[in-house]
Design a protein around this ligand. Sequence first.
Ligand code: ADP
Ligand code: MG
Length: 259
Amino acid sequence: MSELRFDQVSVRFGTGHRAITAVDGVDLTVPSGQVVGLVGESGSGKSTLARTAVGLTAPSSGRILLDGVPIDHRARKLQMVFQDPYSSLDPRMTIGDTIAEAVPRGAGRPGVAAGRSRRAEVGRLLDLVGLDAARADAYPGALSGGQRQRVAIARALAGQPDVIIADEITSALDVSVQGTMLNLVRSLQRELHLSMLFISHNLAVVRYVSDLIAVMYLGRIVEVGPADQVLNNPQHDYTRELLAAVPRRETSYSRRTSA
Ligand code: ADP
Ligand code: MG
């Protein structure tokens, strides 16, 4: 368990009159073992903020701290799962190899041959995300979008990270699968005591998994607080707009949908 903190993080792209500030002085804390839902319309800077945490985009200013210490991206304590499960997996690798690649050396039980313990670890991870361990030899092409996203989650978990950033991980999936995926994410988070930044443009999705909700608008966090408080007593006009846009029947996800 770890606390992730964005401290006055800004990201600017381009120069001169073409420059845009995608992230503008963001202060945001993901407390240890909790889920912070980050919601905002497309282009508000959510992905850019997430990318600074995993080292894919350098902040123009500010710091990203893990338990109070500037984050060392090599330590891989933070893993990100992306929106598109079709492009995030190598089509030429079996899903078992894809996951095995992310398992650190020496993982598994002591006294077991390295290769065998790695296979066992892959099986354990597949099981954890609700996939049959026998699927390890399958290629991504044989899997549905939901199954691929499960593989992407298993790969992210392989390195035993403390923090997961999930960026629109249900947005490319069929609506019928989204609820199941959200249930999986929530149960994994609880079981593994992960800290999580869960990003979506869809408030109906965010409210389903979040302990805290942060609302991003034009590069800034305009509101943050306990989920109940933000949903029931929104302080910012933009939050009210987002709430008004959530259709009633979408306000909670059914738990009986299947993958
Ligand atoms: P969100 O994830 O909330 O949809 P993004 O972080 O993807 O928003 O984008 C925020 C803004 O930054 C947008 O205006 C987008 O066009 C711009 N942007 C993102 N990445 C780049 C980049 N590499 N170069 C220039 N502009 C970018
Ligand atoms: Mg995005």
